[in-house]
Design a protein around this ligand. Sequence first.
Ligand code: SF4
Length: 458
Amino acid sequence: MTDTSSTFIAKSNIKSADLEHRQKINFNIARYNAVVPQGKHQFSDLALARERAKNIKWRALETLDQKLEEFELQFNKRGGKVLWAQDAAQALEQILQICKEKNCKTLVKSKSMVTEEIHLNDFLQKNNIESVETDLGEYIQQLDGEAPYHIVTPAMHKSKEDVAKLFAEKLGTDLKLTPEQLTLVAREKLREKYTQAEVGITGANFIISDIGAIAVTENEGNGRLSCAFPKTHIVVAGIEKVIPSVNDLSLFWPLLSTYGTGQKITVYNTIISGPKQPNETDGPEEMYVILLDNNRTNILANAKQRESLYCIRCGACLNACPVYKNIGGHTYGATYSGPIGSVITPHLQSMDEYKHLSYASSLCGNCTEVCPVRINLHELLLENRNEAVETGFVSFAEKFAWKLWKRASLNRSMMNMSNGNIKNRIVNKIFKGWQKHRSELHFSKKTFNEMWKERYKQ
Ligand code: SF4
């Protein structure tokens, strides 16, 4: 068992027994569940919309090289610059280089999972650049020194009382402030940062190939301020975020908002196609888009796992997952949690280190059921388990136990050798680890042959 795997099990044990945690997360997921059906009403044929979205992403990923080059060509025409980063280290170096050129001391950031993936904030801090999260949930998490808990709602595990306590400790505010008052405090602090920052960093919900632009979806307006106030705007986006055409947004924007938060459409949806043009008054003077691979091409090369790149990061599979609801987001020990995180993390990081996540699933299929782009998540989890075994990442004891199991179950005379009680004792001894988190295995008292004979006699 690897260290990441034993840490995961230890944390899961603690979290699943934490009733207060469960109550908070269930409360927030119940609110989500109450509004999602309202958002779904806007689709006259939801099944068709989901199928179309999957097909569009399929087309984009099957021609990814062409789509990215088309994006680059169009984006360059409006004065933007595209940088290609093979891994996290290269992306960080590119960001640092730009920050140094701009003499950047303070940087404002809108919510972006990909910058979490490359651990941008820690890197900037080490290089003496203040990086301020401007999304309220992310701001709360940054104040608390925690990573996001959920890919859409980063502070989902905190109650309003927790946030009031945190603000009182870190910002000296009154413990009795209401959520509205707390929001105003954050707003006041952040407004000041927008005007100071030399650089703004955002992610991209979509990279639009035909017009050479990126699309950002958010509810607070902080994303717009982060890219419009500072003189330099840097976008960090995974290469899989591509959609072929701007027209596809008419499908993806409502799908993302409905499945992400239950809204018909998110409050701010922005298309940014480059820096400020000569006839424009607003916007940054320079704009860069960093296209990050960071092992996504490993997934692309894997014909079975490729569809996990269709993900639009709506978070619906996390909210639907019985495992996530019990162990929470931080337990996964990875940037992307829940079913989609369990599918992609072994490929983005390391199969050996993260294969255990694919076993943290009841395989109920609820994740697949709710995914707006119809990714076969539970089957991909099974596929990961298969790949882990095929590539030899299983212990000798496990291999030996399954070999014995296979031998016995393929041999009728061995299966008939003893009664159920003896089999129970032998098998439960061999599969000791099984019982740590599951009930014992129970064999029928009579063998299959005995039962068959009795039935035949009757
Ligand atoms: S896998 Fe599907 S449900 Fe899960 S976050 Fe991605 S798009 Fe949403």
